[in-house]
Each structure stands twice: as C-alpha cells, then as structure tokens.
Design a protein around this ligand. Structure first.
Ligand code: 2P0
Length: 329
C-alpha cells in the first residue's frame, strides 16, 4: 500500500477533519505491534462534534514544524516525535519537513484520548495534500498505522473495525454500520486528566504476555460484538448498555490480572461506578464504559439526560446522532 501512493504534493496545503470515538466493544491486544494489527475486531461510536482538524504542507527545511492548538511543539516532545515518525512514511524526500497545524476540539477535561481523531485527521489531510483520492478503507488502514483506534475515526456513526487475518494488514480496517440511533447519549465524566502512568500500547503488550484471563478475551469479543450489533439494529438500549459495560469491565479485569498489574482506576472512578450501579438498581437506565484511564463514559437515552445532569453536574453530554445543541438537553 505504502509503495503505491504518491508523495508528490498536488496543492500547497491539505486539510482533514475527523471525529473522536469510544469503543463499545474494545480493542485490547495486538497480534502485530508495528502495524497495530489487533487480535480482535472492535466496535465504536463516534463522538461528533468532538475531534481534530489538521492542516499540513511541505517545506524545504529539514525537520517538522508542529503546532498543537496554536502552540509550537518542541521537536523532542513525545507528541512531535510520534507524529514525525508517522510522517516519515509519507515524506517525499528524507530532507523534506512537514508543517503541521492541528486543533483538537476534544476538551482536555473530557478525559478522552485525541490520538484516534488526531491520526485520522492527519491521514485525511495527507490524502488532500497529495490528492490520493483514497477509499475510506485505505485511509482507515493508513490511520491505523499511526494508532489502532484511529482506524475507527476515518468514518462516523457506529463503526466496526475488522481485525483481519492477513500479515500485511490490508484486511484490517474500519467501516460504518448503516444504523443510527438519534436518542442515544454519551456522558463524559472527567475523573483525572493527567497523563496515564502506563501507555495503552504498553498495557496491551503486558496484558497479552502475562494475563491468564486474556485467553478468554477473544471469545468474549465474538459474543459481545454479535450482541451489540443486534442491540443497535433493534435499538435495544438495555442490551447495548449491558454488553458495553460488561465488555469494558472485562477488559479492565484482564489488565488487573496482568503482571505487573495495571489498574487505571482512582478512588473517584470506583465511587462513580457505585453511584451508577445504585442508580440502575433504582430503575435508571444508565450504563458505563471506560478506556485505558480513570475517566468514566456514561451511556443513556435522551429522556434520562435531566436525571444524569442532576446526579453528575460536571458531565459533558454528547449526542452523536443528533448533532445540534447538546446543551439544550
Ligand atoms: C479502544 N483503547 O478500543 C481501546 C480501549 C483503549 C482501551 O484503542 O497502540 O491509542 O496506538 O494502537 O489506539 C487505545 O489504544 O493504541 C485504545 P495504539 P490506541 O478504544
């Protein structure tokens, strides 16, 4: 794939925009590290309007100039290093530098990773700059090389990333499901937004290598993916919430059973989980999902929104299929 694409710019600048996503069935564990090939498929929902917008061009100066949210990033910053390493795949000449300007509309306070929408926006900007006119499938494969979950940010709505089986990864890409769900809401609760002590990449590797529980994970994913797709098709919210929460907590169980153990939760995470379970016992249909960090994402329907706002005053509510003003909920 990389051998076939042109690295001759067709215009002076390229722009790309991509939305963030959270997984309802998680990507956890790689079968190949370099290409970010996952051991299992996964399924996400995009978080319009949160995401990234990137503009890039080429310069004759060596080294990349990278601005993030208006701030010039030092070349030795881990963010710049990761970006430049990825851009090496697309450099017209070894001496060419990229000028990259990227803005995240993901509030840092949301406790969401920006690497998914960030790498997806970057690949879309490259596609624009070089005028590849690539298919979403190709773009998803290219974004995956930057960060696994970025494969799912090339398209929007409910998105399935097919794990694929080929060594070259050409069958490992994401695509949208056709279903939508206008009343579905995601609530973002910030618990702690400091950088995590262990990267997802490291945590996945340690889990795969040391957790005995991990051997049951692919089997659970098969079952959860099928159940989630049915729940989405039938708009069966209880099934969607139950399966997504079970999947997220099972992923965390595999990390806790790794050695050394990986536990991203803080005391506030656990307090919030108990609040959610208590609400559910009282009959409130709310479920939770969590990623590689202490922050909580709630799943609920529109008519539960007032109650969620009351119980979690700092929640940020996203309505992926009903983009206009979520603050009016
Ligand atoms: C997910 N996560 O499905 C899972 C759930 C975190 C927990 O994808 O190493 O940043 O760049 O492929 O995509 C976070 O991992 O990892 C992630 P790399 P990525 O959303």
């Amino acid at each position: 794939l990389l051998g076939d694409i042109t690295r001759k710019p067709s215009r002076s600048r390229g722009t790309g925009r991509a939305v963030a996503n959270i997984a309802l069935c998680k990507y956890w564990g790689k079968r190949q590290l370099e290409l970010n090939l996952p051991r299992t498929s996964s399924l996400s929902i995009s978080l319009d309007p949160l995401g990234s917008e990137t503009t890039l061009g080429l310069s004759d100066l060596p080294g990349d100039q990278i601005r993030l949210n208006g701030r010039e990033m030092p070349p030795d910053d881990p963010f710049s290093r990761r970006l430049s390493r990825f851009l090496d795949l697309f450099r017209p000449a070894e001496t060419a530098g990229f000028v990259v300007e990227t803005h995240n509309t993901i509030p840092t306070a949301a406790g969401l990773a920006s690497s998914a929408s960030g790498f997806a926006a970057l690949v879309l900007a490259l596609d624009d700059l070089f005028q590849w006119n690539s298919t979403p499938r190709t773009l998803s494969i290219l974004a995956r090389l930057g960060s696994g979950s970025a494969a799912r940010s090339i398209v929007s709505g409910f998105v399935e990333w097919h794990a694929g089986t080929h060594d070259d990864g050409l069958d490992s890409f994401a695509e949208s499901l056709t279903d939508t769900w206008p009343g579905l809401c995601i609530g973002l609760i910030e618990v702690d937004t400091r950088p995590k002590p262990v990267s997802s990449r490291q945590a996945m590797t340690d889990t795969v290598n040391t957790s005995f529980l991990y051997s049951s994970w692919p089997q659970q994913v098969d079952s959860d993916l099928a159940a989630l797709k049915t729940a989405i098709r039938q708009r069966n919210f209880d099934q969607l919430g139950r399966v997504a929460e079970h999947n997220a907590l099972s992923m965390h169980a595999t990390m806790i059973s790794a050695w050394p153990p990986i536990l991203y939760w803080s005391p506030e995470t656990i307090r919030t989980l108990h609040t959610i379970w208590r609400l559910r016992q009282e009959g409130v249909p709310v479920y939770v999902t969590m990623d590689a960090g202490p922050n909580i994402k709630l799943l609920f329907l529109e008519d539960t929104a007032p109650m969620i706002r009351e119980k979690f005053p700092k929640v940020r509510i996203i309505t992926p299929f009903a983009p206009p003003d979520p603050d009016t909920l």
